[in-house]
Design a binder for this molecule. Structure first.
Ligand code: NCD
Length: 320
């Protein structure tokens, strides 16, 4: 049975959200967090009890998968899925994504969380599925729920999201988290972007066009110091070595050094700056940086579970 899909609450890309939705989601995230942390786990256990989540990951994941499945379980959901759909699903026999989603959604899950290596895969799934699809990353495309937790973290750390100078640094060409957070931040007033990357990893044109159309200022830089000195928010990302569709890409030793944050780079940052990173960090942020109060990335990852609780609730049993 294929239900009408238009009315389902698919989560596919950052552009789909409004600021008023985000503000409500973040308020609800805070409420759920308070219930969970102060009232005990049992206080949220009934909220989604009896609901079923499927998760299908064709690409590796730690935080996204665990925070989704754990958020679901804390709220009483049943969870079923695979973290290696490329090998442990019929994809290995040549089944199309469309057929897999058609069949799985006929078993009546309440939501399907999926990560795929192809850009646009979640969109394709949403056209077939009779359950809401959550895009947990589609190749070089987007990772909208990461962007939700990124903005929640900025709000929690700085009080407000708008009127900030935001440096997005690292692999901007192939990283989906940088793309998604830009689309989402672009909804807020007074944001000015500084795209900081090695020459070969510059931000793609689609994002720059989007910003130009909306008259949102951005600058592109390839040297680090100048941008870090004025940043309110730094969003740092790793080089996506696994995305080598266009042949092996070698950064120069100077570029690698330049794009590794260490004590020296920290000394360039203003006192109130928040340093975000979606994780996993490889070598682009030294572990020397972890103890600095401006380094938010582990708090950011923790926030992810609560934001995903609020998002699952909004999809399945909305209170706003
Ligand atoms: C990111 C991703 O998968 O895009 N990880 C995550 O979900 N936190 C970032 C990355 O892999 O670099």
């Amino acid at each position: 049975m294929i239900a009408k899909t238009q009315s389902l609450k698919h989560i596919l890309r950052s552009q789909q959200f409004t600021v008023s939705f985000l503000e409500s989601l973040f308020t609800r995230t805070d409420q759920l967090r308070t219930l969970f942390e102060n009232g005990g786990r049992g206080t949220v256990k009934q909220l989604l009890s009896g609901r079923l989540m499927y998760y299908l990951f064709w690409e590796s994941s730690t935080r996204t998968r665990f925070s989704f499945t754990t958020a679901a379980r804390h709220m009483g959901m049943e969870v079923e899925g695979t973290e290696n759909a490329g090998e442990f699903s019929s994809a290995v026999k040549g089944e199309t994504l469309e057929d897999t989603i058609r069949v799985l959604s006929s078993y009546a899950p309440d939501v399907i969380v999926m990560r795929h290596k192809e850009m646009g895969a979640a969109d394709r799934a949403s056209k077939i599925s009779s359950a809401p699809i959550i895009n947990a990353g589609d190749g070089r495309g987007q990772h909208p729920t990461q962007a939700l937790l990124d903005l929640y973290t900025i709000k929690r750390e700085l009080g407000i999201i708008g009127h900030k100078k935001v440096v997005i640094g690292g692999d901007l060409r192939r990283g989906r988290t940088g793309r998604s957070v830009v689309y989402l931040l672009a909804k807020y007033p007074g944001i000015r972007f500084y795209f900081l990357s090695p020459e070969s990893l510059r931000m793609e044109d689609d994002i720059k066009e989007y910003l130009r159309e909306k008259h949102i200022p951005y600058e592109e830089h390839t040297t680090v110091k100048q941008s870090l000195q004025i940043a309110d928010v730094v969003y740092w990302t790793r080089v996506q070595q696994e995305r080598e569709e266009e042949g092996l890409l070698e950064l120069t030793e100077r570029e690698v050094m330049e794009f590794t944050l260490d004590k020296e780079q920290l000394s360039w940052l203003p006192k109130q700056t928040v340093l975000l990173h979606p994780l996993p960090r490889v070598r682009e942020v030294s572990i020397q940086v972890d103890a600095d109060p401006r380094a938010c990335y582990f708090r950011q990852a923790e926030n992810g579970m609560f934001v995903r609780m609020a998002l699952l609730e909004w999809i399945l049993a909305p209170v706003f």
